[in-house]
Design a protein around this ligand. Structure first.
Ligand code: PLP
Length: 428
């Protein structure tokens, strides 16, 4: 084991980790392209882009150069009363890229906080319009919107990540995604019944990520948007996972021609290099905050908001979406995932295969030994983190065809081994 790992491990607390049993992480010495280089010399192909961020692969020289230049001139200043070019250029570019009049950008440093800001915007929007009673939020089954208290209250209570805090969270309203006629009537009735108390509906458009890679179609998303407009409830699109090409469009909302009132972005915003998030509001939302009343202003301001290094990285990342063929790469990945994961459908212990853009998910049934699956993937030289009952691939968009085949072949092999164990009655 590396010296620094042995010496530091007694002092580190790892995420979502039972420290008594599975606390030794792999020591990483470096990264490059699609690869994670381990301290012991092994190399893993990253099939999940470091929690869905590294869309251009690791160490892209264009982003590195931009951050290096920024570091030499202006690493950070506070963002109240002071402005800098990387943030203002990024805000202008995001506004131009996003659909409709989503044009007013509030920067933060993490996805959860971007959602918190969206909630504040929505609740205060109604208060500023004289409807202070509209404070509650509707979210959907299987949703995941973050790890902070207000966002935990918007995560599926049965997915298990946050249930033990139930008593300490605000009480919000869970709905079913309106996928068919009867669910549409139910959703419509829910909004009608509660409209006077509802500030917003929040949705992960087209793909619900951490809640299990559940997918819905553009018509369902369009119906949600239409119902929100009809019942005067704001629509918040959480595109922290889907944004920047992952679903096949630059933003998933575009596929349904939906312009949400507020959109949350993070994860791939800096191409997986530095922490940054953005909450972007439409013009009418912003205008509700314009007033001579000082309490009508948005009361939020993280210390490191709009960090210039992170904004420089994000600007460079946006360059790569035009300078390199990202969306074409996503389309090719989608087709390849479809072909190469299809055989998993036939395996014992597999409930289904879902593909959307550069996301391929295999849903399992029965008991799932996550630890065993994860170890087996590492033995095969690939980095995947299946969770719940889902083994999924979300590779960097620059992945080569052969590398993606290595990933899909490993998934088929490992799930094939599991199917064999199930058939032999040797567990899962
Ligand atoms: C990851 C994620 C978040 C939370 O982002 P953090 O940066 O981890 O706080 C929120 N919503 C969605 C859809 C996500 O995928």
């Amino acid at each position: 084991m590396s010296d620094w790992l042995t010496a530091g491990l007694p002092h580190i607390w790892l995420p979502y980790t039972q420290m008594a049993t599975d606390a030794t992480p792999l020591a990483v010495a470096g990264t490059g392209g699609t690869r994670i280089r381990l301290a012991d010399g092994r190399e893993l192909i990253d099939g999940i882009s470091s929690w869905w961020t590294a869309c251009h692969g690791y160490n892209h020289p264009h982003i590195r150069d931009a951050v290096e230049r920024q570091l030499a001139t202006l690493p950070h200043v506070m963002f109240a009363g002071l402005a800098h070019e990387p943030a203002l250029r990024l805000a202008q570019r995001l506004a131009a890229l996003l659909p409709g009049d989503l044009e007013r950008v509030f920067f933060t440093e993490s996805g959860s906080v971007a959602v918190e800001v969206a909630l504040k915007m929505a609740i205060q929007y109604w208060r500023n319009l004289g409807q202070a009673g509209k404070q509650r939020i509707v979210y959907f089954r299987h949703a995941y919107h973050g790890d902070t208290f207000a966002t935990m209250a918007l995560c599926d209570p049965e997915e298990g990540m946050h249930t033990l805090f139930a008593g300490s969270m605000p009480d919000q309203i869970m709905a079913e995604l309106p996928r068919d006629e009867s669910l549409r009537r139910a959703f419509d009735l829910l909004l009608e019944t509660h409209a006077g108390r509802l500030a917003a509906v929040i949705i992960e458009p087209l793909v619900q990520g951490a809640g299990g890679m559940k997918m819905h179609d553009a018509q369902t998303l369009a119906f949600v948007a239409e119902a929100c407009a009809r019942h005067k409830v704001l629509l918040i699109a959480d595109e922290i996972m889907t944004g920047f090409g992952r679903s096949g469009h630059m933003f998933a909302c575009e596929e349904a021609d939906v312009v949400p009132d507020i959109i949350c972005l993070s994860k791939a915003l800096t191409g997986g290099t530095l922490p940054l998030a953005a909450t972007v509001a439409r013009r009418h939302v912003f205008e509700a905050f314009l007033s001579t009343d000082p309490t009508a202003a948005l009361m939020h301001g993280p210390t490191y908001m709009a960090n210039p290094l992170a904004c420089a990285a994000a600007n460079a990342s946006l360059d790569l979406f035009t300078g390199e063929p990202r969306l074409a790469q996503v389309a090719a990945i989608e087709a390849q995932l479809g072909r190469e994961l299809a055989p998993c459908r036939e395996l014992a212990g597999v409930a289904g295969v879902r593909i959307k853009g550069a996301i391929g998910a295999v849903e399992l049934n029965g008991d799932v030994d996550l630890g065993a699956l994860r170890r087996r993937f590492i033995e095969l030289g690939i980095w995947l983190r299946p969770f719940g009952k889902v083994v999924y691939l979300m590779p960097p968009f620059i992945i080569a065809t052969e590398e993606l085949t290595t990933l899909t072949a490993a998934v088929c092999q490992v799930l094939g081994e599991r199917a064999q164990r199930i058939r032999d009655g040797r567990g899962t």
